[in-house]
Design a protein around this ligand. Structure first.
Ligand SMILES: [Zn+2]
Ligand SMILES: [Zn+2]
Length: 269
């Protein structure tokens, strides 16, 4: 059972192609399951579409859901199309997000921390001029938020849990083993899976999220794993899936998971 749960399309304003293009790319890549998981609207913002190049308008959500469900029907028997969403995690708006998702038949929601101290995790400028203690504080806050996202219970999967290295590779060298272990302990206890997300290759860091070192610690804490290419181009669907599976087996994982109607499905590696 081959799956990729993390794909985007034109609605977010920074991805190419239609949902159908990603489904067709999934079929061409030999997938059995493709999850559509576009970026969540900024539900907590007073504007209808706070950032047109980052996420869809609030009013677009219902059309997104309808389109995925209609394609799910159309492609039945060829590929299982799942309704997902990559959601931001803003602790101050958590209840609003929880309530909004409950109104739709999502198969799963991926929870991603994209903002720390109100600045994008991908913004290189955020590190400029910081002393070592301040860099450690930002990294600690990132992992504190990831743990809080796991505790919220809103998400079946947590997205790219070391993506702060994306445009700032030295992030990985900021030593924070206790903070990372604590986040992984909470994730293991609360139960969401973490994704291996292969979009690192589209950023300065290369490779995938999270690092093998974090994956080894995740296994130790009983954290389950899932897979997502985070494709913003149809050609990236299922990117590096086989390499990730091989690495996970080397590390000691025996299965990975996807979610259908919010129920976990285990797939042997
Ligand atoms: Zn995106
Ligand atoms: Zn993301």
């Amino acid at each position: 059972m081959k799956f990729d749960l993390h794909t985007h399309h034109f609605r977010c304003g920074h991805a190419d192609g239609t949902i159908r293009d990603y489904i067709e790319a999934g079929i061409a890549a030999g997938l059995d399951v493709i999850g559509i998981s576009d970026h969540s609207p900024y539900f907590g913002s007073p504007s209808e579409q706070a950032f047109p190049r980052i996420a869809m308008a609030k009013s677009e959500l219902v059309h997104y859901v309808e389109e995925v469900l209609s394609l799910q029907k159309e492609y039945e028997g060829r590929i299982d199309v799942l309704l997902g969403m990559e959601s931001d995690f803003f602790p101050e708006h958590a209840e609003l997000y929880r309530k909004t998702y409950a109104a739709y038949p999502f198969d799963y929601v991926i929870g991603s921390v994209h903002h720390v101290e109100e600045v994008s995790i991908f913004n290189q400028g955020r590190w400029k001029g910081l002393a070592p203690a301040q860099r450690l504080a930002s990294k600690s806050e990132y992992y504190r938020l990831i743990a809080e996202s796991a505790r919220s219970g809103i998400f079946q999967i947590l997205g790219h849990i070391d993506a702060m290295k994306g445009n700032y590779p030295p992030f990985s060298e900021i030593a924070a083993p206790k903070e990372i272990d604590e986040a992984l302990r909470v994730i293991g206890e609360c139960g969401p899976a973490i994704e291996i997300n292969t979009s690192g290759g589209t950023k300065l860091c290369g490779g995938w999220y999270p690092s093998d070192e974090i994956l080894e610690r995740a296994l130790h804490f009983g954290v389950e794993v899932s897979f997502g290419s985070d494709a913003h181009l149809p050609a990236r669907v299922a990117d590096q899936r086989n390499q990730v599976a091989a690495r996970l087996k080397e590390i000691g994982f025996e299965y990975w998971v996807y979610y259908k109607r919010r129920e976990k499905v285990k797939v042997a590696l």
